[in-house]
Write a protein that binds this ligand. Structure first.
Ligand code: FE2
Length: 209
């Protein structure tokens, strides 16, 4: 397999398996196995880190509204003039200080590492989904409507919806909500699975290009 061939293959989805990498080509609607090497030992996402303006406020939101479990706290990290550890290790201003971070587990998987930073060049704009660097964190719930009612009872700003997905994501329902500091979160639920999940098994059993 040449590099050009690999780049021309418009890989849309990659699934790391114990046997190697499985890639779906929308051009041919077929699965190809094993021509890319997976990163050795890759298992799963471990945690999501984000920086907040008020760590105590974020703590209350994550624990009281979302039901996350507080795990532990680390910090502070700060270094004297002339020591660029913060720049070389964390890619932040050398005089930035990581005052504290707190770790939270939400449900049986999601782990958040939530930071309180100070920095001479700190920016405080919250990116929207349409901005470069925009992002959101999606939480899976068993009952989307019950979860929405729960959030609203805690005064959380929930956006319009829920919306039922179509196409490859059919079976999913989703809705966005905002943290007190404006960071975007999402609830998703697909108790019967998504269409893509069901159809991908059939594709893997079909002919390979
Ligand atoms: Fe999402």
């Amino acid at each position: 397999m040449t590099q050009d061939r690999i780049q021309n293959l418009h890989v849309r989805a990659v699934d790391v398996t114990l046997q190697g990498v499985v890639c779906y080509s929308p051009r041919t609607n077929r699965i190809r196995k094993g021509y890319l090497m997976p990163m050795p030992g890759l298992r799963r996402m471990d945690h999501v880190g984000f920086t907040v303006p008020d760590l105590d406020e974020a703590h209350r939101f994550l624990v009281d509204a979302l039901g996350c479990e507080y795990l532990y706290s680390l910090g502070p990290f700060r270094f004297e003039d002339g020591d660029d550890w913060m720049l070389t290790h964390l890619n932040v201003h050398p005089r930035a200080e990581m005052v504290e971070n707190r770790w939270f587990r939400c449900g049986d998987q999601a782990v958040f590492e939530v930071f309180h930073y100070t920095s001479p060049d700190q920016r405080d704009a919250i990116p929207r989904n349409s901005d470069i660097g925009g992002h959101h964190v999606a939480l899976y719930v068993d009952d989307l409507d019950a979860a929405v009612a729960h959030l609203e009872s805690h005064g959380v700003r929930v956006l319009a919806g829920p919306t039922a997905s179509k196409g490859p994501a059919e079976g999913n329902r989703w809705i966005y909500f905002l943290s007190p500091w404006g960071m975007q979160f999402e609830l998703v639920s697909y108790p019967g699975g998504k269409a893509w999940d069901r159809e991908s098994s059939a594709r893997q059993d079909g002919p390979h290009d």
